[in-house]
Ligand binder design. Sequence first.
Ligand code: HEM
Length: 425
Amino acid sequence: MKQYLVSKITQLVRSILKWVDYRITGGDSGMTDEEAIAAPYEHYARIRARASIVRTHRNRGWMLLDFDDVQSLLLDHRFSADLRKNPFLSKMIRMAADGRTVSFLDNPTMLNLDPPDHTRLRKLANHGFVHKSILALEPRIISLVDECIDTVDVGSGKPFDVIETLAKPLPVRVIAELLGLPQEDVSRFQQLSTDFIGITAIGNSELMDIGTAAAEELEAYFDQVITHKRQHPGDDLISQLLEVEEQGDRLAARELVSTCIVLLIAGHETTTHLIGNGMHLLLDHPEQMQQLRDNPALIPNAIEEMLRIEPPVQFTVRTALEDVEFSGQKIRKNQLVMAVLASANRDPKRFPFPNDFDVAREDVNHITFGYGIHLCLGMSLARLESKVAFERLLARFDTMSLAEQDIAFVPVPLNRGRQQLLVNI
Ligand code: HEM
């Protein structure tokens, strides 16, 4: 009986959350699911051509597609990033989770909190992400990138996978060093942070179990590390956070653990996809790659253009705290609103020739890192890692071209990235 109830509730929650899948289902655009996964931008463009703000599946939420609307939403305090403030939805999610921990409800990180808790956590974590101290990491990041590229067997005549070789290992190694964690733990982290995403797969018990186990292992691990660093502080971010605590601002022990976890998770796959998607764009546009070879000073601008045109995070979500008049529509209290960053970045009202990839584009002011109080904390780090990655790849390999292959995308609708990218050298 209990199992029957859980399965019914799970179905209900899935149907409520179905609108989040809107991007991949092809909606009523006439595209198949596969076509919409491979070509989400055509899908967004078709919807945007009808209206900039549309109702989603069974009218349970809203989808914003224009740059100005997305930006306004992320600045609007009548919308919350904290799903606990949506009592109906959080109750349903809990029932479907059937006793498992639901991270964004049980241990929310700054990503899912509103002020004042958000402000406090963000201020503390900010200490480790000051732009200048991130820039100082450049020499170390160069060595890490070179170590990854050195593993390519140049003489073999075979293509190499840029994702497996560089895009995956680099971000996790960098964040592990920043937090002061031993390099021998890195491959375990890589696995755990991939598994962790399973906790968001409400309704898929197998994935949720894997995700919950990963979350528990990560929490226990960080608990141990923090205890050790209290006694033996080093020159790393966790020790810095502990030092700030001593100066008065306090992070509760749980908050400290969840801050470490969000840094590991938020900065890992996103940066992997930036490097993978960016490399694919260059291989697909050899004349643009040549421009970067001729003028490497353009690389930072090219990275902004990559972020604009292929955002690793395709959308974000807010819940309405009250009835709101927004962009000519009435959004009701507790309705969910999906801000499609990937559509906003290709809004023709904002960017001329939005579908053209142009490494020298003059206005590349995209919204891929979000906007407002939740603006990505790690953007300087992501920019630096990708800058070094492209500089070194272009310097090390005189010729690079796309090897023949079937391109498979990660199956999570939130993210956009290739699972493998084979390059001929
Ligand atoms: C290309 C790489 C990245 C992309 C595209 C990206 C994207 C984003 C976006 C869209 C948000 C805002 C989400 C929202 O408003 O709901 C965000 C927030 C955040 N990101 Fe990133 N991110 C990247 C890399 C990183 C890295 C490297 C780190 C850290 C090591 C990081 C840490 C965070 C944190 C902690 C937040 C929450 C900030 C807050 O709530 O105040 N991100 N990121």
